[in-house]
Design a protein around this ligand. Structure first.
Ligand SMILES: N[C@@H](CCC(=O)N[C@@H](CS)C(=O)NCC(=O)O)C(=O)O
Length: 369
């Protein structure tokens, strides 16, 4: 194959201009996914398959919907690419300072999302709301590894360009990494990432020795020592199934619930599955007595019945599966394995979930089928 030209070496002046334009656009209040749509469209017009692939990957990563990407070829004729007037007005109300949030500038979330969404808080390590509302003094958590904190104002333009380039290359190389143990609750996140079509890597963990498949010390990755552990694409570690699944649904809204109460209802379901269903399997995993197992079994069926009585469609919360379905799926697989009765109304959901291609892929990858 013909080697690609190193454009930075071949046309440094042109690249200088390009990077300056890109820096200006990135520093503006435009949503990152919208910028990527423009880049995809330009690449389509240029007929550059490499660039289309690169910008589609970035657009998906920044939460762009498949629909808007597919419709780009006819963008002049459709309404979906335009931000609704209400959305523009909302954006205009965001104080300028917040638009300068480094996470917003890197396109990890839109200005309003940086205030509103839990995904932002988790992804960027701010666990208090007020840390979000006021710019944190040290923003290193939003930065690519190896880039030092600082305002950037005192940097030479050459150094700024070098950093931009390295951060640009870094974003391209990193993808999320899920540490899982076959059949464990981490399977929920594994399925969700496949459903999302997200680029991600995996590594298995031996939970008895805490050694990862590549021989690493899992407790050095998370002192919690349990799965799931999701290393985000900016290098931050996320643990706890509820948080991991909420993060995935925030980034890939098709796996969440629409509406003002959507996210709250999703967390409500995740919390119920985690604390009332998942945790009740303890006697089965931790060598409980027969009496303990039998009591747990009855309790789990009762707790599942509550969900069964409220099934909202083909899946638990709607006609489309959400991350809560994938968590429930794991517990139903455990129920099947340990002979716990699954309520009839959940059996259809169970069958539909098992038949999904993403579920099949994840089960196969974990060696469960
Ligand atoms: N609080 C955690 C618990 C996760 C959990 O129970 N993980 C199990 C597998 S399903 C595990 O890794 N156990 C190994 C251990 O605790 O040593 C969560 O909700 O994500």
């Amino acid at each position: 194959m013909k080697q690609r030209m190193n454009i930075f070496a071949a046309a440094p002046e042109a690249m200088k201009g390009m990077m300056a334009v890109e820096a200006t656009i990135d520093g503006s209040a435009l949503e990152h996914s919208l910028i990527e749509l423009v880049k995809i469209r330009a690449s389509q017009m240029n007929g550059c398959a490499f660039c289309i692939h690169m910008h589609v990957t970035d657009a998906v990563k920044h939460g762009e919907s498949d629909m808007r990407i597919h419709l780009l070829g006819a963008w002049r004729r459709i309404a979906v690419v335009h931000r609704p007037r209400a959305r523009r007005a909302e954006l205009d109300r965001v104080p300028h300072q917040r638009r300068r949030d480094p996470c917003v500038r890197r396109g990890l979330c839109s200005p309003s999302e940086s205030v509103r969404r839990e995904g932002h808080r988790i992804a960027h390590g701010a666990d208090r709301r007020d840390q979000l509302l006021e710019p944190a003094p040290d923003r290193s958590s939003c930065r690519a590894p190896g880039l030092k904190a600082g305002s950037g104002r005192s940097l030479s333009s050459e150094e700024r360009r070098r950093r931009r380039r390295s951060s640009f290359e870094w974003t391209r190389k990193q993808s999320m990494k899920l540490y899982y143990s076959p059949g464990a609750c981490s399977l929920a996140g594994h399925v969700a990432l496949h459903e999302a079509g997200s680029p991600f890597e995996t590594e298995t963990v031996d939970l008895s020795t805490k050694i990862t498949a590549s021989g690493g010390d899992f407790e050095a990755i998370t002192t919690k020592g349990y799965v799931p552990a999701l290393v985000l694409d900016d290098g931050e570690l996320l643990s706890e199934n509820i948080a991991v699944l909420d993060f995935i649904a925030s980034r890939y809204p098709k796996l969440g619930l629409d509406g003002e109460m959507g996210r709250t209802r999703l967390i409500e379901a995740l919390a119920y599955i985690s604390t009332e269903v998942h945790k009740s399997f303890k006697p089965f995993w931790r060598g409980g007595s027969d009496a303990e197992k039998s009591a747990a079994s009855a309790y789990i069926t009762k707790r599942m019945q509550y969900l069964a009585d409220r099934v909202k469609g083909d899946y638990l919360l709607s006609d489309q599966p959400t991350v809560a379905d994938f968590y429930l799926l794991v517990t139903m697989l455990w129920a099947e394995r340990f002979g716990v009765v699954i309520p009839t109304a959940l059996q259809g959901v169970f069958a539909r979930l098992k038949a999904r291609p993403a579920v099949q892929v994840a089960l196969k990858a974990e060696g469960l089928i």
